[in-house]
Design a protein around this ligand. Structure first.
Ligand SMILES: Cc1cc2nc3c(=O)[nH]c(=O)nc-3n(C[C@H](O)[C@H](O)[C@H](O)COP(=O)(O)OP(=O)(O)OC[C@H]3O[C@@H](n4cnc5c(N)ncnc54)[C@H](O)[C@@H]3O)c2cc1C
Ligand code: FES
Length: 367
């Protein structure tokens, strides 16, 4: 189970520059400060480590560069821990530990010069979408590529000139800016515009990056209204770090009426399980992350694989089957075994009392 660790290498980077792209977005350039650079595909993401070991996910805005430099588009949140350091400039960032790559939001091999693609982005979700776009255009792929970029107002379209130039150069590319707050008829959303402009998307590929609400609404709308098969939808929802939305209203229940159960956890390299008492109202990933045993970098969106674990056969068979999305990610992770699952897809219930899990070597355990 060491394959994942070897594959997801750790690199040292130095902040080379920070520039403002718009009021609330900064462009951060990083350059390798050690012997190795991150190897990734356009559309994948990385993590940056903060001083206390917690992580933030960011998606490079270009494909891999020959000099190993990375371009990140950082949404600046008031009080955001990484945001604040970026706002202070390159000198405040110093040396950064970067890990990756994560995610499967990449062009499938079957996307060729005859392919149709719909690219949906909100805010800095444009970063991985821009990397995917330039990758396809320079490789001569795609007969029809439409980009829908949603922001609140015109001054936030910081890549508008670049996309206008690409439209001039590549006849197969069309850019549709969507200004959610500047429409006279109320708020407009990228997924609504894309859905209205196409009858069937049965043979298209759709990529969606940015607000989690947009990503889930787009999957539903384009699936039900435009015949888009789930296997042709690729997404990275940009959720806030370490905030897993609770699946039900039990989050608001007083702690003393939330049922609990014991999960027996065997750490990597150990032969002995340790009992862990957890609340039975969330996912197993959340419980393990609260205990600082897994990272759960993508907040349960089935894109990072950092919550993968192995179950004894009896417990594996006691769980509902993995969905296609979970099985797809498990297949893509190096070294995956037949009884592996993603902890973020296991809902804890009292009848899982005594469940045994074996933690695998993750890219990094917060221990
Ligand atoms: C797979 C993936 C890829 C990502 N790629 C990018 C990227 O390329 N560019 C980018 O700007 N962001 C990206 N994000 C989101 C980014 O990792 C988070 O927004 C991160 O929490 C910001 O860190 P921070 O330290 O500045 O703020 P934090 O200290 O984490 O948060 C401070 C406060 O800011 C608010 N906040 C933070 N993030 C969000 C959010 N995403 N949505 C709503 N409110 C929020 C919350 O109120 C939070 O309490 C990505 C996330 C994921 C999961
Ligand atoms: S938390 Fe990312 S795959 Fe489970």
């Amino acid at each position: 189970m060491r394959a994942l660790e070897q594959n997801l290498a750790v690199h040292s980077y130095r902040a080379a520059s920070v520039t403002r792209a718009s009021t609330r977005v900064a462009v951060l350039h990083l350059e390798p400060a050690g012997p190795t650079a991150l190897r990734y595909r356009a559309g994948q993401y990385l993590t940056v480590e903060l001083n206390d070991g917690t992580l933030r996910a960011y998606s490079p805005a270009t494909g891999m560069q020959v000099d190993g430099r990375l371009e990140l588009h950082v949404q600046l949140y008031t009080g955001g821990r990484f945001s604040q350091r970026v706002e202070q400039g390159a000198h405040a960032l110093g040396l950064l530990t970067v890990r990756g790559p994560f995610g499967q939001c990449v062009w499938p091999n079957s996307f060729d010069q005859a392919g149709q693609a719909i690219l949906l982005a909100t805010g800095t979700g444009i970063a991985p979408i821009r990397a995917l776009l330039t990758d396809a255009l320079t490789a001569g792929k795609g007969k029809d590529i439409r980009l829908y970029w949603g922001v609140a107002s015109r001054d936030e379209l910081y890549l508008r000139d670049e996309f206008a130039e690409l439209e001039q150069r590549y006849s197969q590319f069309h850019f549709v800016p969507v200004l959610s707050r500047e429409s006279s008829g109320g708020k407009v959303y990228v997924q609504h515009i894309a859905s209205a402009q196409h009858t069937s998307l049965a043979h298209a590929w759709v990529f969606a990056c940015g607000k989690p609400e947009m990503v889930s609404a787009a999957a539903k709308l384009l699936g039900e209204g435009n015949d888009l098969p789930a296997s042709r939808f690729f997404a990275d929802p940009f959720s806030a770090s370490n905030t897993l939305p609770r699946a039900d209203a039990s989050a608001s229940k007083p702690a003393d009426i939330i049922p609990t159960l014991t999960v027996n956890v065997t750490r990597p390299g150990s032969r002995y399980p340790e009992p862990l008492r957890v609340r039975a109202d969330a996912s197993l990933m959340q419980a393990l992350r609260d205990a600082q045993l897994v990272e759960g970098v993508c907040n349960g969106q089935q894109s990072c694989g950092t919550c993968r674990l192995t179950l004894p056969r009896v417990w594996f068979e006691a769980l509902p089957q993995a969905t296609r999305a979970e099985a797809r990610l498990l297949r893509a992770l190096p070294g995956a075994g037949p009884h592996d699952r993603l902890a973020c897809q296991i809902a804890l219930k009292p009848d899982l009392e005594g469940m045994q899990v074996l933690l695998t070597e993750s890219p990094r355990l917060i221990l």
